[in-house]
Write a protein that binds this ligand. Sequence first.
Ligand code: ADP
Ligand code: GLC
Length: 511
Amino acid sequence: MHVLMVTSEATPFAKSGGLADAVSALSRALRRLGHDVRIVLPLYGSVATEGLSRQPKALRVSLGSTTGDAAVLEGVLPDSDVPVYFIEHHQYFDREGIYGSKAQPDYDDNPERFSFFSRAAFRLCEALGWMPDVLHAHDWPTALVPVYARYEEPAFASAVSILTIHNLGYQGVYHKGVFPGLGLPWELFHGAGFEYYDKVNLLKAGITCADRLSTVSPTYAREIQKPELGCTLDGLLRVRSASLVGILNGVDGGDWDPSTDNYLPARYSVDDMRGKAVCKAALQAEAGLPITPDKPLIGMVSRLTDQKGIGELFGPTYGSAASMCLDMDMQFVVQGTGETWCEAEIARLSERIPNFKARVGYSERFAHLIEAGADFFMMPSRYEPCGLNQMYSLRYGTLPIAHRTGGLADTISNFNQETGNGTGFLFDELTPRSIYDTTGWAVWAYYNKPEQLAVMQKRAMMQEFSWDGPAREYEALYHGSSTAIANRPGVVETAKGQEKKKRNKPNNKKA
Ligand code: ADP
Ligand code: GLC
């Protein structure tokens, strides 16, 4: 099949979180299954252009009454032959940030930027003379792709549109005044599902219009259909329930494998764990902690946002990290960036508490060292669509301490101190107290059940998290979607309604 991944992030070119890892790894895995997968991405200012080739002709992208030109640069996804096309538009994309800056986390013109990018994806296919069987969009920035596919791009009627929800917490909600800039008639404000408390909600429209929906773990697929984690779209997701599937992400074995990881001072595997102790000492030394091989070391790498449970863990008046470090004989090292209060708080704790060290910043290398050198990995997420870090830590024999939610519930099994079973330490309610207690339990097990923990580590490292299984599930989703094309509901009546209805007649071209 011809699969076009339309995405705002893909490693190693542009990343703010796990979306980037997931898109690149899924693309490689689908390619291994023999599909012609291609990625299209904006050319942000941070993307290095050396080695990219420029296509001779620019794309002409029209959005309603406005038209803009975009050049296309082409590269290849490392460790694969997957082509990556970068859409160059200086005014929109030549900025450091993907979605915003520290001062302005969500650029004012994001609807314009990402509608332009989403529309450019169609022009790109035409310019390449390459028609996709699958248009696969990811999260709110490219949620317009299924909308354009259904209402504005008749030549793509035989392509199935898939929208993967990596995080329902970010929906792309904007003032209604941005709507005309999307290049769609006002009838579609309601008709395509944009309307959201009199604002524009890009993700909601994508959820309404995509032929099929997926999210990144089976548990999260259920959770988002309930009010607690449905982020106000649970009703719509229940309506679309039959079209929604949860497919767990995998781990890219090339990037995250302790037996080949070049970021580490020593490598290790299930058969020879000695390198893990070397990594622990290196981590302690680099973090500025006493080098004590026999003290439990807890690691954490995270975006410091409310989703990740930072209020409960680091909240200045009721957080648990400080009291855990003061009360328990352990060490704690954190790397993260995010909310200003939290960055300040962890820096302050780092100065005051000798067994707590924080690095405010982003470093791929140090993230790998934490995954390898720590004994436990802290992940108290309020919600977690999938979560990659706990899977990395399992592969590295670093047992997660986590909230039983979303993908964390699907990938970690709880320690049973009678049988020694399990791969981590889970709690059910996210409160400072439960983080404290569960961490206490892990620390207790470290000192009192070392043989059980050693077996757990190996069990964790042997879990299968390859992308091959998930890629096959996506393949089945793509194949099974031809019925969705046949059963597409009629489009809303617009001024050009009749004409558009005709255009959307089912086309049963085989994917
Ligand atoms: P999310 O996408 O919600 O942030 P995931 O667990 O899916 O959560 O993915 C997070 C990814 O971002 C991982 O690859 C993780 O290592 C990386 N990451 C997050 N913060 C940092 C940081 N400060 N330094 C290095 N890597 C980070
Ligand atoms: C999002 C989610 C995370 C998931 C990632 C990749 O950023 O927060 O849980 O692992 O996307 O799908």
